[in-house]
Design a protein around this ligand. Sequence first.
Ligand code: NAD
Ligand code: ZN
Ligand code: ZN
Length: 346
Amino acid sequence: MKAYRLAGWTQGGHYVEVQQPKPGAGEVLIRVGGAGICHSDLHILHEWSPEVMPALQEIEPDFTLGHENAGWIETVGAGVQGWDLGQAVVVSPVWSCGHCAACRAGDDAYCEKSAGLSGGLGRDGGLASHMVAPARALVAIEGLEPSEAAPLTDAGLTSYHAVKRSLDVLTPDAAALVIGVGGLGHMAVAYLRELTGGKIIAVDRNKAARQLASDLGADLVLPSDENTADPVREATKGPGVRAVFDFVGIDATLQLSAAVVRKRGKVTIVGLGGGTFPFRYGALPHAATMGYTLGGSLSDLAEVVALAESGRVRPRVRHFSFDQIEQAYQALHDGKIEGRAVIVPE
Ligand code: NAD
Ligand code: ZN
Ligand code: ZN
């Protein structure tokens, strides 16, 4: 089969002919129906290397990209029970052990045994006709096309997980701020609209992204510059927002987050922009916290799927064919994708 693989750290990607994989014990073979294109792929393709990230030393940089996958079960490996051939599924991008303390607590996004590798993130992913995944990482989908559902697994899951862990502070009288309304951020706006009653403020440097945020129910949309903190605070009549979701993660957006978060608020950094923020007592208003998240749990993914199946929150998707992968990455890089680009194999 043809696959789109990383050519080497910072070397970009290329199409190669590879053997179709076979599922081992506990694994399934999936015929890929859709593979979303995530901004993390741009970091992986062009920026990351073991020199800047020592954790990458353990990973061979020739894996198939695509960590946002959906498709149909084609065959199952030894010991896999409870799944029918032909069943449509989404594949979590977080592969976990199932028996460490975090997994037992249902917090498998933070599995203590997993090395953090999964399909498209160190192992072979979905930019191919087929991929292998652990049966444990699957969630069944009903009434959703894999080519529409693929973004639920990362753009949906990661933003939902971030929003969910701030729901305790997002009372109807409190505002939330979303920075970066791309693949993940547009889903965050939609989840906030669905799950909370407060004001939603969205910031993006791109006009089309701001329009998308408005369409999805943001109450106020703002461009991104050094003065953005003022209108955000004015919109809250002074105190600032109770929750910030930073899907960019550069110095400027971390500073904006810190400048607008309110006492007892939560700043969640999701974007891998590599920015830094000097933290010390008094760096944020009293009892405000700043943290970062990775993906989400399997139960989060089941909830994301339920919201999509009922039609309440679905991703905005633009399809590309398998031979247009490089065009899709270029369009994402150039800020020309509204919502999420999804590759549909032949
Ligand atoms: P995207 O390219 O689809 O969206 C990014 C959006 O941010 C775009 O709309 C862009 O216009 C906007 N933007 C860029 N710079 C900005 C700035 N300075 N101010 C305001 N807006 C700005 O990207 P995506 O796929 O949604 O991913 C977003 C980030 O999240 C990436 O860094 C990605 O690597 C990261 N990510 C993290 C996780 C995780 O688990 N932590 C998972 C997936 C993606
Ligand atoms: Zn991703
Ligand atoms: Zn675990």
